[in-house]
Write a protein that binds this ligand. Structure first.
Ligand SMILES: *Cc1c(COP(=O)(O)O)cnc(C)c1O
Length: 413
């Protein structure tokens, strides 16, 4: 790419990302490289690649040119230092915990987490890692949970399904003061709405399965290293990974102990699909945000809707924070219907809105939360998270807003 990448905008840089990495045959898209093995004319180069003395590919579980191109794209989008992709968002999160924590460590996690992330943290407690779940909308709750053995703080930007916004700035500052790894799951906001680097994140997690790929047709996950954390004094790093600047050591261990040893590698075909989908991320997310805000205002004024959780509404507890950090308010919301309406009948009456568990699709999806995605955690934990049985989560898509309004109007009538 000959133009100045530094001065160009997010969309432009993203669209031209594959051209900056030695385009093959002038190809505008990175090719789908399906080979898992790579040949070297000089066997000494093969050895040098294995020893990390030379850049190159050794085996498809660790590296692939199509996946690398996607990783570079995400690094540019997040303004990060480097990125490693995984088969799913859960593999990305699991690999961080698995590769960098040990027995006796303590983790502070938001109490308002994606259900499977919550489940994963609970699993780690069986391996001697203690987890405190705190109200991350309030930095003082995080501070109160600090212990000498605290290593890592994990939060999401806009929590699912009640849409609480973590005190990202306050927690970022706290993590800097206490030298803690700060992991921000940016899935719901995407790098288009929010840059976790600006609040001091160490690692940025993106589930590529959602808004990033954006079409509900490929799974993927990624961890971006912002380069802001100095791993010099981090106790659990293996000596042979402490090469190069100390800001890169954690990522090296994540690639070796996480991606290589655990092996949840992103397939090149999926990497291609996700990269292609991401080219329209700004258009899609902007449309979803606009649709969601219009719908949230419609629901707030509707007599048969008891409650609306959406950060774009002035009634939302962290509305000002969301406006400051994200500008727009995302495509995710939840509503509670008046008691006389059966939530399953309501969902069945919807014509364009699909009953489905995904989010970040082009289509608007709806799901009864307590009966599905948050069923496994039980009534007590649901109550503590503010999730009543009547709650419906909406993942607003990019349809024409008139048709969405008409669909909800008839379903509520
Ligand atoms: C979906 C999701 C994940 C997990 O991603 P998968 O790709 O489905 O494994 C993690 N965090 C958040 C916020 C999500 O919405």
């Amino acid at each position: 790419m000959s133009t100045n990448e530094k001065s160009a905008h997010f969309d432009t840089v993203n669209l031209h990302s594959d051209r900056s990495d030695k385009p093959e045959h002038g190809s505008l898209h990175k090719a789908v490289h399906t080979s898992i093995a790579f040949e070297y004319e000089d066997a000494r180069d093969l050895a040098a690649v294995f020893q990390g003395k030379k850049n190159g590919y050794n085996y498809g579980r660790q590296q692939n040119p199509t996946v690398n191109a996607l990783q570079n794209r995400i690094t540019r989008m997040e303004g990060g230092h480097s990125t490693v992709a995984f088969a799913t968002g859960m593999a990305a999160i699991g690999s961080i915990l698995f590769s960098l924590l040990r027995q006796g460590d303590h983790v502070i996690a938001s109490a308002f987490l994606f259900g499977n992330t919550n489940s994963l943290f609970n699993t780690f407690t069986n391996f001697g890692v203690e987890v405190s779940f705190v109200d991350a909308t309030d930095c003082t709750a995080v501070k109160a949970a600090l212990r000498p053995e605290t290593r890592l703080v994990f939060v999401e930007t806009i929590a699912n399904p009640v849409t609480q916004i973590a005190d990202l700035q306050g927690i970022g500052t706290l993590c800097q003061q206490h030298n803690l790894i700060f992991v921000v799951d940016n899935t719901i906001t995407t790098p288009w709405l929010f840059s976790p680097r600006t609040v001091g994140a160490t690692f940025i997690v993106n589930s590529l399965s959602k808004y990033f790929g954006g079409h509900g047709d490929a799974l993927g996950g990624a961890v971006t290293d912002t380069g802001l954390y100095d791993w010099k004094d981090y106790p659990h790093l293996y000596d042979n990974y402490k090469t190069g600047p100390s800001s890169t050591w954690g990522m090296t261990q994540l690639k070796k102990k996480g991606l290589r040893d655990f092996g949840a590698t992103l397939a090149p075909e999926a990497a291609h699909t996700l990269a292609l989908g991401s080219e329209t991320i700004s258009l899609r997310v902007e449309r979803a945000c606009n649709n969601a805000l219009t719908l949230a205002r419609f629901f707030e004024a509707h007599p048969r809707v008891r409650k609306v959780n959406y950060p774009g509404l002035e009634s939302h507890a962290q509305h000002a924070r969301a406006a400051l950090l994200f500008g727009q308010f995302g495509g995710l919301m939840s509503i509670e219907l008046e008691e006389e309406i059966d939530c399953f009948d309501f969902l069945n009456r919807l014509q364009f809105v699909v009953s489905s568990s995904n989010l970040g699709d082009t289509r608007t999806l709806a799901i009864p939360v307590a009966h599905t995605i948050f069923f496994e955690m039980g009534a007590a934990r649901r109550a503590s998270m503010g999730i009543p049985d009547s709650m419906i989560r909406l993942a607003v898509g990019i349809e024409n807003i008139e048709d969405l309004l008409a669909d909800f109007t008839q379903a509520l009538a």
